[in-house]
Design a protein around this ligand. Structure first.
Ligand code: WT7
Length: 654
């Protein structure tokens, strides 16, 4: 609660500089147009930002709410919009990607070259049997081929499911099975922290039983590490894609053609396959990328540090920037390899002007100290962005002062995997900035903060963040599970009496005196670790899958750098009590979670306990465990079935 209090007492204000306002992409007319006629506004944006091969006549069909259709009778090709049309417009020589490998190798790829690469890849995938509606899993490091693969799948009207390279073989297999992918695109390995991490091995492990839907594995050579080979199934990218024809006509698909599935953690153990479609998604990705980041595509060099394995990488590395014809940097490795100022070296090298990153990264850099960024010339930077979790005002000020020369506006962008694009953010030429607040819904977006009973809270009050009107890049469902979609997002405020349902985001929020929005974190059992969503239930099931574990409870505890950290409380089976000391068991279990889910889910701490605090109905009281994990006085225990339990736990941990 302390951090919330300090946020709400934050009074510093930063109006946009006149010179910035003068050249700003987004002016007051955007909000005026959206307020005058919201749907007409979105229709206009879509026509201006995208090229439709069949124009749409209806903007929104909400008759089957909460299942939305945007621009439904229009047709377009997403890859054509990100590539060919820029070449046709005479911008083929513009750099699309400045790619920087972790070891220092680099490639700059023009729009013309990227278009040809995607055409080659599309021809190869089609030859491997990938067509309209088929699912393709992509498990790659941050290399240009990741972007090429995504766009080639999109070009064919097929559906990609990008699986973050840090996820385990088991997680990969679960996602392959859920989507019934027929092709997997991977690499031998990629560079991370000065070493090659193997990816092909993990794919082999995921497919070892030979019982999956996967027909082929296409492998990019990047790590030069040795790999096993399954004849007939495995193919090298350089033997296929690089040999393929670079002629490929993009077929237009309907606006609601699925574009991708991206898995994210929910409140239960099984990740949800969030489904996004084409026309509405691309409209909002392009609109937000252009206006929030004040993109001047002829002169700006944009860098979003996210991996394509996350939604930020989908919307703000691939689709938004490329639809807008931007020049961008992508970087393969970690921020501190081979030296602590690696990112800043990259900013100087490419003269990055727009930089979009996450609070957790900024806090790590703060810890290392300003001397590192100050070794490089960062004067090219004119705009900074933040996403993933609330940015604490001290980190905001540091970011602006040290990275933004005390002058760059910071856009704090609130959105989610489900929203597909940015929903709440300052507009840099218009909004007077408040450090720590995401501030205002973008023109065309309608959000509110409601109390539990569904009534809007007043200014100065807190409640639950909802989106009150459908938006173009909204999720269209959960892959294969329409009931879960309705239940998870639309049942809290279901509407009725002719009222449409409202989308419940899972976040708490507060409106300040001006009505600006301050995000207060998740209100469900979802943790936010380094801006990535993790489910307590998913980690608990990973823990109980270990033969030593009888029961477990996982909480997100405050962490100075990562925002929250995973802390697990585990009861070891009586029969296993003597197999290891508590410290050894904790190490084994931490490694087990990393192996089951991926390194990002590895608990910071595992406490071996003999009891867990439960209510009379058997619900674990995570609030009390959070008190322990954060080293606080234990809160109210009166609803515990056995009120001595917390004493037993704290005695044990002394
Ligand atoms: C959750 C969504 C959207 C890309 C990154 C995460 C939190 C995200 C902010 C922000 C406060 C934020 C919310 C949200 N979140 N951005 N600017 N301020 N909180 O995507 O994994 O789908 O997680 O991240 O809690 O619900 P995600």
């Amino acid at each position: 609660m302390n951090s919330i209090d300090s946020l709400l007492h934050e009074t510093r204000r930063f109006p946009p500089a006149p010179a910035f306002v003068e050249n700003a992409v987004a002016g007051p007319e955007l909000a005026e147009a959206a307020a005058a006629d919201r749907l007409a506004f979105w229709g206009d944006q879509s026509r201006q930002l995208l090229s439709w091969s069949t124009p749409f006549t209806q903007t929104l069909d909400w008759s089957e709410a909460p299942f939305a259709k945007w621009f439904a009778d229009g047709r377009l090709n997403v890859a054509y919009n990100c590539l060919d049309r820029h070449v046709e417009a005479g911008n083929g020589d513009r750099i699309a990607l400045h790619w920087e490998g972790e070891p220092g190798d680099s490639r700059s790829i023009t729009y013309e070259e990227l278009t040809a690469d995607v055409k080659r890849a599309a021809n190869t995938f089609a030859e491997l049997g990938v067509g309209h509606g088929d699912r393709v899993a992509i498990y790659l490091p941050m290399i240009p081929e990741a972007v090429v693969a995504m766009l080639a799948v999109a070009r064919l009207g097929a559906i990609h499911s990008v699986v973050f390279g840090g996820f385990s073989a088991d997680s990969l297999r679960a996602r392959i099975d859920d989507a019934e992918a027929k092709l997997v695109i991977t690499a031998d390995g990629g560079w991370r922290k000065g070493k090659v991490f193997p990816l092909k091995n993990a794919v082999d492990a995921a497919l070892a039983d030979g019982a999956s839907t996967v027909e082929h594995v296409l492998v990019v050579r990047r790590g030069e590490n040795t790999v096993e080979w399954t004849e007939g199934r495995d193919l090298w990218w350089h033997d296929t894609v690089e040999e393929a024809s670079d002629e490929h006509d993009a077929e237009a698909f309907e606006a609601e053609n699925p574009l991708f599935i991206l898995y994210t953690s929910g409140t239960t153990g099984k990740p949800k396959g969030i489904l996004h479609t084409s026309g509405g998604y691309l409209t909002q990705a392009a609109y937000t990328h252009k206006n929030v980041f004040d993109l001047h595509p002829e002169t700006d060099v944009y860098w979003c540090t996210a991996d394509v394995g996350w939604i930020t990488g989908h919307s703000y590395v691939v689709y938004g920037p490329l639809a807008n014809g931007a020049t961008q940097v992508i970087y393969e490795g970690t921020p501190d390899t081979p030296h602590p100022a690696r990112w800043w070296e990259v900013v100087e090298k490419y003269k990055v002007s727009i930089f979009y990153s996450a609070p957790t990264a900024i806090r790590s850099f703060m810890k290392i100290g300003r001397q590192e960024p100050q070794k490089y010339d960062l004067s090219s930077i004119r705009l900074l962005g933040s996403v993933g979790e609330p940015i604490n005002p001290e980190a905001w000020i540091w970011y602006r002062d040290i990275i933004g020369a005390g002058a760059a506006p910071i856009v704090d962008t609130w959105w989610q995997t489900e929203t597909g694009g940015i929903m709440i953010s300052a507009l840099p030429g218009l909004t007077t900035l408040k450090p720590g607040s995401a501030q205002v819904p973008l023109p065309g977006i309608s959000v509110d903060v409601l109390s539990e009973d569904g009534t809007p809270v007043g200014n100065g009050e807190g409640g639950l963040l909802v989106v009150t009107e459908p938006w173009p890049s909204m999720l269209r469902g959960i892959w294969g599970d329409p009931e879960r979609f309705v239940e998870t997002y639309w049942s809290k405020f279901p509407g009725g009496d002719g009222e449409p349902p409202r989308y419940f985001a899972g976040d708490g929020a507060r409106k300040d005196e001006d009505g600006d929005i301050w995000l207060l974190g998740r209100v469900d059992d979802v943790m936010n670790v380094s801006g990535h969503r993790l489910s307590t239930a998913e980690i608990e099931s990973a823990l109980v899958s270990h033969p030593w574990v009888a029961e477990s409870a996982v909480v997100g505890a405050n962490d100075e750098t990562t925002g929250q950290a995973v802390v697990a409380f585990v009861i070891v089976k009586a029969s296993q009590a003597d197999v290891a000391t508590a410290a050894e068991a904790a190490d084994v279990l931490r490694a087990h979670v990393a192996q089951q889910i991926g390194a990002i889910a590895r608990p910071r701490q595992v406490f071996i306990v003999t009891e867990l605090p439960k209510t009379r109905s058997g619900k674990i009281m995570r609030r009390l465990l959070r008190d322990v994990a954060e080293g606080r006085e234990i809160g109210d225990t009166t609803t515990l079935a056995d009120t001595n339990v917390m004493q037993i736990i704290t005695d044990k941990l002394k």
